[in-house]
Design a protein around this ligand. Structure first.
Ligand code: UDX
Ligand code: ADP
Length: 463
């Protein structure tokens, strides 16, 4: 099937950037991104590309180039489905908050709604591509819904997991390590795979496009995220041991990372990983393993999450202990709220959990993040349902610059590794704080020696 029209359901962190890059690289393909969320679509259509709803370096320029030419954002889901030969499903698959598998399994209700909508609308054969990260064998469920509720047309289901990381989404999409496409091993399945290979071949070398069966593709995504998260929990576990033994986790990470079998990436000790994927995908993996009775496999991977939760709690406890075992009514300034630098995404950010712990200890939290709004921070805290919205509003003050946020603080905690934090006039900040002035560097990005020479009491992770 020659692809001239693509529809993507879901204009979020995955669908938006991915489709913008496909549109940029394939000017002969019309790409329409649809979403039920009218505000989100309005924001993607904002005349000023700087105001698009997702902050990613380089994204607004690509949207400016392709939007209106062959990239469209719309709420008319039926029309886009009807016109496209290929439909990407890029909707959210959060962890279930109810019923069987609560707190573990992926909630597939949005996926099922999409499948039913595609089945209802489609009058011609379509290729349906799973872009969202899904439990292994979800394609089977989608296929069953499409075949049983459709209008007698043929559907091919492909799994094409997205490996982009937020903050580097555009470069990851433009220069992927690999593209993975899973499909049926039948002739129709192979033809569908080839149609998608052709789309990517507009900018990705053929030898970087890997084709597999559907189940391998689905499971590879979960496995990749589990391995990456496991490296972070492993180095974070070592960070606690370093603090007890006088070793320095940065030196340990460098020493092991030079072993080419281990490699240097994803060994940065931190206050704990966040983001929409790692925790959700590992919980999902644990749930799947348990559902097959593989309890040792499930326990093995669950430990990655247990370690990550411990690392976040350990950070807040360390702040309390160091501030003479009480933070009640003390001002603690958070620099950073996003789950990593160069994104405005806060899903599962360590900052949320550390703030929640410290508010339980009656601290007053001031926050500055270059890209996250006050409303987002408050809704993140409200979502935990630890206390009333009013109490969260009383406990948090949000500033539009770091210097004001730090004025009169008893301690500063670095929660996100934004580059600009390393360039501040730290002497000026020190002068405006209560003494002793503490810094808890949850990302090990600041220069400890320099800060100590100014007078700060500096505490990093793992040293
Ligand atoms: C991840 C995967 O990297 C990506 O391939 C997948 O498609 C989606 O999930 P993302 O969550 O966007 O991407 O960001 P990532 O760079 O993986 O960081 C995840 C979290 O781990 C962040 O909170 C980050 O700060 C933390 N991290 C990362 C560390 O604490 N230490 C490290 O060494 C690396
Ligand atoms: P991700 O990080 O996976 O991209 P997001 O939550 O950022 O997740 O984006 C998913 C988007 O999918 C949301 O904007 C949501 O409104 C949209 N969505 C969910 N279900 C549907 C649906 N049935 N039809 C259209 N859009 C949907």
């Amino acid at each position: 099937m020659k692809i001239t029209k693509i529809c993507c359901i879901g204009a979020g962190y995955v669908g938006g950037p991915t489709m913008a890059v496909i549109a940029q690289k394939c000017p002969h393909i019309q790409v329409t991104v649809v979403d039920l969320n009218e505000q989100r679509i309005a924001d993607w259509n904002d005349p000023n590309p700087e105001n698009i709803p997702i902050y990613e370096p380089g994204l607004s320029e690509i949207v400016a180039e392709a939007r209106g030419r062959n990239l469209f954002f719309s709420t008319d889901v039926d029309k886009a489905i009807d016109e496209a030969q290929m439909i990407f499903i890029s909707v959210n698959t959060p962890t279930k908050t109810y019923g069987k598998g609560k707190g573990m399994a992926a909630d597939l209700k949005y996926i099922e709604l999409c499948a039913r909508q595609i089945a209802r609308v489609a009058k011609q054969n379509k290729i349906v591509v799973e872009k969202s990260t899904l439990p292994v064998r979800t394609a089977e469920a989608i296929k069953s819904i499409l075949d049983n509720t459709g209008n007698g047309v043929q559907f091919q289901i492909l799994s094409n997991p997205e490996f982009l990381a937020e903050g580097t989404a555009v470069t990851d999409l433009l220069n992927p390590d690999r593209i993975l496409i899973g499909g049926d091993t039948t002739q129709e399945g192979e033809e569908a795979i080839n149609s998608l290979v052709e789309v990517y071949s507009n900018w990705v070398r053929r030898d970087q496009i890997l084709t597999t069966n559907v189940w391998s593709s689905e499971l590879s995504k979960l496995t990749a995220n589990a391995f990456l998260a496991q490296r972070i929990s492993s180095i974070n576990a070592m960070s606690e041991l370093c603090e007890k033994t006088g070793a320095d986790v940065n030196e340990v990470a460098k020493a092991i990372g030079m072993d080419s079998r281990i490699g240097p990436k994803f060994l940065r000790a931190s206050v704990g990983f966040g983001g929409s994927c790692f925790q959700k995908d590992i919980l999902n993996l644990v749930y799947i393993a348990k559902s097959y009775g593989l309890n040792e496999v499930a326990d093995y991977w669950e430990q990655v999450i247990i370690m990550n939760d411990h690392q976040k709690r350990r950070f807040s406890s360390k702040i309390v202990q160091t501030l003479y075992n009480t933070v009640a009514d003390k001002k603690i300034t958070f620099l950073g709220w996003a789950f990593k630098k160069d994104t405005n995404d806060t899903r599962e950010s360590a900052a949320i959990y550390v703030a929640d712990d410290l508010i339980n200890e009656q601290a007053k939290i001031s926050v500055f993040d270059p890209k996250v709004s006050k409303n987002k921070m408050l809704s993140d805290l409200d979502y935990l349902e630890t206390r009333s919205s009013e109490d969260n509003r009383d406990a948090i003050s949000v500033f539009d610059n770091a210097y004001d946020a730090c004025k009169g603080a008893h301690a500063i905690a670095i929660l996100t590794e934004w580059d600009e934090f390393t360039t501040y006039d730290w002497k000026k900040i020190y002068d405006s704080m209560h003494k002793p002035a503490f810094i808890f560097d949850g990302r090990n990005i600041l220069n400890a020696k320099q800060l100590e020479s100014i007078g700060f009491v500096y505490r990093g992770i793992g040293s």
